[in-house]
Design a protein. Structure first.
Length: 370
């Protein structure tokens, strides 16, 4: 763990104290309690941020808040960051590190390169998030084991880049340094395309399929996993879709071409799709499994539970006593006075088998392929 003395940050200003800005504030306060954090946002947001101890001070204005800051983090929407960059550049010290959290980088990095000739602006993109938004969804562990991308330019001062990288790494993020053009191309494929694909899949099944809309209860784990991010609000994405339009269009084109290829195979020679399955499996195995958000196949147990006080606590205790961790838990159905059926998911078959024995020893009725 790094001590605060290793960082020349005594005062941090965060402009935009929502999910990302609020989570950064909470993470910083948790790791470096004596750093003073000033927040800039709407009054009601700042009140909530003060109440949850994410910030120490409400900024009166951007001008005032950045003048005394050692580090300025712009965590607003991309369009808002672009508008306030000139104001920040005019009022902060050339020794102040300024970074942003926008998920599209070329637009902001090019603009900032002109406004910060001393090379003290460093583009940033924490690849962490949630289907939810706002300060109430903020959490200090949001960046734990998540990629935090930094996009310097040739003018960026190397000592400032190193300092910022170490600082964010101290929040348990994984730092990756890349140029802004490559960043925008890659995130269009691995982040923006999946979001649009999830939206399209959810609407295809839930609105346009001739039979499926009335039977969404049939949707099993795979469908739920693939459409989880379909719940994301458009307001979180409108700036991204506009700012990275060219790269998103390129990724969509590649994806549509692949879907058409598979559709043609299914139509003419279904057996040929096996090659696509083998290829996709091989490629997915190359994704580091330690990365946050990686969805690995889980082994499921089904447990029937009586409807009486303390049963859920007894179930949890029977697993906790053997240090068994539940990866996911879902209430399938419940009838008042008759009990409910829970689906519990575990990391692998060995853990699931151990959990099944623990639950049976505690008197629970356990089903599932374990």
């Amino acid at each position: 763990m790094k001590s605060q003395e290793q960082f020349p940050f005594q005062n941090v200003t965060i402009i935009g104290v929502g999910l990302i800005g609020g989570s950064l504030a909470l993470a910083i306060k948790q790791r470096f309690p004596s750093i003073q954090i000033t927040g800039i946002d709407k009054p009601q947001v700042l009140k909530r941020a003060l109440d949850c101890h994410a910030i120490d001070t409400e900024g009166k204005s951007i001008r005032q808040a950045v003048r005394s800051a050692d580090l300025v983090i712009l965590a607003a929407p991309i369009s808002s960051i672009a508008k306030i960059l000139p104001l920040v550049a005019k009022n902060c010290s050339p020794k102040t590190i300024v970074t942003d959290t926008g998920s599209v980088k070329q637009l902001l990095v090019k603009k900032a390169a002109k406004l910060f000739p001393e090379g003290n602006f460093i583009g940033g993109h924490p690849m962490a998030g949630s289907e939810f938004s706002g300060i109430d969804a903020a959490h200090p562990l949001l960046f734990q084991n998540a990629l935090y991308i930094l996009t310097p330019t040739p003018k960026t001062k190397k000592q400032l880049l190193k300092l910022l990288a170490i600082f964010f790494a101290s929040l348990d993020a994984r730092i990756f340094i890349i140029d802004s053009a490559t960043h925008d191309s890659v995130v269009a494929a691995v982040s923006h395309l999946p979001q649009l694909a999830a939206v399209a899949l959810m609407n295809s099944v839930g609105r346009y399929h001739p039979d499926a809309p009335a039977h969404l209860a049939f949707a099993a784990g795979g469908f739920r996993d693939m459409t989880r991010i379909a719940s994301s609000p458009y307001e979180m994405w409108k700036d991204i879709l506009s700012a990275n339009q060219k790269e998103i269009r390129k990724s969509l084109g590649i994806y549509i071409k692949q879907l058409n290829k598979i559709a043609s195979m299914v139509n003419s020679a279904p057996a040929r799709v096996s090659g696509e399955f083998k290829s996709s499996r091989s490629l997915r195995l190359r994704i580091p499994r330690s990365m946050k958000g990686y969805l690995t196949p889980l082994i499921e147990l089904v447990v029937f539970m009586e409807d009486k006080p303390g049963e859920l606590a007894r179930l949890a205790s029977s697993l906790a006593n053997r240090s068994i961790n539940i990866k996911d838990m879902e209430l399938l159905k419940v009838r008042e006075g008759r009990g409910g059926t829970f689906r519990l998911s575990f990391e692998n078959r060995t853990v699931a088998t151990e959990a099944a024995h623990a639950l049976q020893d505690a008197g629970f009725d356990v089903g599932g392929k374990w």
